[in-house]
Design a protein around this ligand. Structure first.
Ligand code: NAP
Ligand code: MG
Length: 496
């Protein structure tokens, strides 16, 4: 796969290796070590990146602390708003480059990564608003004498360590950055080893926007850099997105100084289609719900429950739709599906497809990697539809994180709720129906952080997103998100 003429490589890729971004300066890892990030569409090396470790995390945390107590502290809410609005404009101006970096690094098609512009810019502008509209309150005390004044202040929690997965690099980095800047916190961000490039470019843009040195630091590296951040006594909060397993390790590592935590973890989300649904929107909607980003989305609708009267027809139409979604060159603007993000991810998905078959399920679309032609060097897996699935099978219980859906028949509303809830996870859920009663009943009955009705995977900067159960805790987006980056101080004055 070669870059078509309409694409030029961002100049950012030319300097090699990519250093760490600490205290507003580019610097190599203290050890001098580097690692490679690959293009999953070709298996070729894309860039050499500094391999940060615990000693680099120490430097970054110290820089974040100095910025917190130094220049950043003097930024008034409107000053923070201004630099965030400037950053929003810069992200907008440079988004083609950021999208191209993610397409090369993650393999997500350019048609998808470019669509991220609207959300990236909207996030920054929304939180810029929160920077000036979040405040404490005054309270009438019944305990102090009548001549008294009691008020609360909303103060930043301090230095935030953010640890990101690889499945949506630039969007995820901005999502982590927004509440930090709006609340007056500072940040040390560890992107996933597979997709570090756009986050580094974003860090550079924060300086251009006028955000002081040390407010935003990026340490690229492996899981040990994340673990060092989670255990660091100088970090006040960890915001983590990734697997439930790593989330549990972070909870344990954070106990030393009782860090505040937010955890956006895995999912096995039910997507429930009732017989009265409009199939012309539901079939493509259910396909996008699970196959978008090649299924590498935490809230993907992987357990697709279809009411029995329409089950056969639905499976037939879904398989046809899936077969029409052939993966292709992610740089081709017409491509809707790219490769999986890595060899490791391809192995994982292939392994699960094998388990599904061993346990008696049957594929009616997809089911094996694309092993010939130009795509054979990349990690391409077509959309895969399983039928004859039982709720107990591993493909119906465990997170696969690939373009694989299990289609399961059901009969009643009550049954849909019970089976929808029969999972250790509780991140997202979908309901497709024309009946308002059914929609609300199911939405209230499901134990998930989000329920989408006649739509799926819609994210809005103003709407809180997060998990129930093993999908984590804490919410991202909306006022609730801001509160997790603030702590309340009560000031009680006796004026008598
Ligand atoms: P992961 O293995 O949990 O890794 C996530 C991040 O944690 C990476 O930056 C990773 O570094 C780092 N890490 C690894 N071990 C660590 C440790 N002991 N302490 C601290 N940090 C550590 O997840 P992934 O493989 O990148 O992504 C796939 C998973 O993320 C899926 O389970 C998916 O559901 C979940 N996810 C959830 C959401 C959500 O919003 N709920 C969103 C996206 C993804 P390395 O890169 O070096 O491994
Ligand atoms: Mg990983």
């Amino acid at each position: 796969m070669t870059l078509p003429q309409s694409f030029s490589l961002p100049p950012f890729l030319a300097s090699r290796p990519k250093p760490l971004f600490i205290d507003g300066k580019w610097q190599p890892a203290l050890s001098g070590a580097t690692f490679q990030t690959l293009n999953p569409a070709t298996g070729q090396v894309l860039a050499e990146v500094a391999h940060g470790a615990a000693a680099d995390i120490d430097l970054a945390v110290a820089a974040a602390r100095r910025a917190l107590e130094g220049p950043w502290r003097r930024f008034r809410p409107a000053d923070r708003q201004n630099v965030m609005l400037r950053l929003a404009d810069l992200v907008d101006q440079h988004f083609d480059e950021l999208a191209l970096l993610d397409t090369l690094d993650l393999g997500a098609p350019i048609s998808r990564t470019r669509l991220g512009r609207t959300r990236a810019v909207a996030l920054l502008r929304y939180y810029a608003g929160l920077a000036t509209s979040t405040h404490g309150e005054s309270i009438e005390s019944s305990v102090l004498p009548a001549e008294s004044l009691v008020y609360t202040r909303q103060e930043p929690v301090g230095v935030v360590g953010a640890i990101n997965p690889w499945n949506g690099p630039i969007g995820m980095a901005i999502w982590k950055l927004c509440p930090v800047l709006a609340s007056g916190c500072t940040l040390v961000l560890k992107p996933a080893e597979q997709t570090p490039l756009s986050t580094l470019r974003l860090a550079e843009l924060t300086l251009e926007a006028g955000i002081p040195e040390g407010v935003v630091n990026v340490v690229t590296g492996m899981g040990d850099a994340g673990a060092a951040l989670a255990a660091h006594p100088g970090v006040d909060k960890i915001a983590f997105t990734g697997s439930t397993e790593v989330g549990q390790k972070i909870v344990q590592a954070s106990a030393g100084n009782l860090k505040r935590l937010s955890m956006e973890l895995g999912g096995k989300s039910p997507n429930i289609v009732f017989a009265d649904a409009d199939l012309d929107i539901t079939v493509p909607g259910a396909a996008r719900a699970v196959f978008a980003n090649s299924g590498q989305i935490c809230s993907a609708g992987t357990r697709l429950f279809v009411q029995r009267p329409i089950y056969e027809e639905f499976v037939h139409r879904l398989a046809e739709h899936a077969n029409g979604m052939r993966p292709g060159d992610p740089l081709d603007p017409d491509t809707l599906l790219g490769p999986l993000a890595s060899q490791e991810q391809l192995d994982r998905v292939t392994h699960y497809i094998g388990i599904g078959r061993e346990q008696g399920a049957r594929t009616v679309a997809g089911g094996s990697r694309i092993a010939s032609g130009e795509m054979a060097n990349g990690y391409f897996m077509p959309p895969t539809v399983f039928v004859d699935v039982d709720d107990r099978m591993r493909i119906a219980r465990e997170e696969i994180f690939g373009p694989v859906v299990a289609v399961l028949p059901f009969d009643t509303v009550e049954e849909a709720i019970v089976r929808g809830n029969d999972s250790e996870y509780g991140l997202g859920a979908g309901v497709w129906t024309r009946d308002l009663n059914t929609a609300h009943l199911v939405a209230h009955g499901l134990r998930t952080g989000t329920v989408w009705v006649n739509c799926y995977q819609v994210l809005d900067p103003a709407v809180p997103f997060g998990g129930y159960k093993m999908s984590g805790y804490g919410r991202e987006s909306g006022n609730e998100h801001m509160r997790e980056y603030l702590q309340t101080k009560a000031v009680m004055l006796n004026l008598g």
